[in-house]
Design a protein around this ligand. Structure first.
Ligand SMILES: [Zn+2]
Length: 162
């Protein structure tokens, strides 16, 4: 499978070119327990050359398997960006390689704190412990008010000799 998206610039057609295909998911270089690439990057792009500037626009998508930071369950998550846009100075170049731009854009869209809610999946930890925490009595703990309703500190302020 393709490892790079390279746009040839020689004899570039005036009305632009369309690029679509798949890019090997190994370009991400991530394969840990928390984030795994599970398939190719799909891209559908249009490129236009304006003088020495190459403008590329379109959509990219890539599937991942993430681990929920809360319950450690795994879930599938697809990063899909439908409005990528690159402007590349191609003066003196015969081809432009936009692999790194696409790679970065997708990585930036990965959630920094993956959790089940991202895909509307119920988080197991929430079911087991979430309600328990909310049921905790908010009145428990040290009571700072005196029987008169004033705080302990008001009472101290009224102490003669202070
Ligand atoms: Zn979870």
């Amino acid at each position: 499978m393709k490892q790079q998206i390279i746009i040839p610039l020689e004899e570039f057609p005036e009305d632009g070119i369309t690029l679509s295909g798949e890019l090997d998911g190994s370009i991400f270089g991530i394969d840990c327990d928390d984030v795994r690439s599970t398939g190719p990057v799909e891209y559908n792009l249009e490129a236009q050359l304006y003088d020495t500037e190459l403008v590329v626009r379109g959509e990219v998508a890539a599937p991942f398997r993430l681990r929920c930071m809360r319950c450690l369950g795994e879930f599938d998550y697809t990063v899909a960006i439908d409005d990528v846009s690159y402007a590349i100075d191609v003066k003196g170049k015969l081809a432009a390689n936009i692999t790194e731009d696409v790679r970065e854009d997708i990585l930036l869209e990965l959630p920094g704190y993956p959790k089940c809610e991202l895909i509307d999946q119920e988080c197991e930890i929430n079911d087991k412990f979430g309600d328990f925490r909310l049921d905790k009595d908010p009145q428990s703990g040290v009571n700072f008010a005196t029987p008169s309703g004033n705080s302990v500190w008001d009472a101290l302020d009224q102490y003669p000799g202070r």
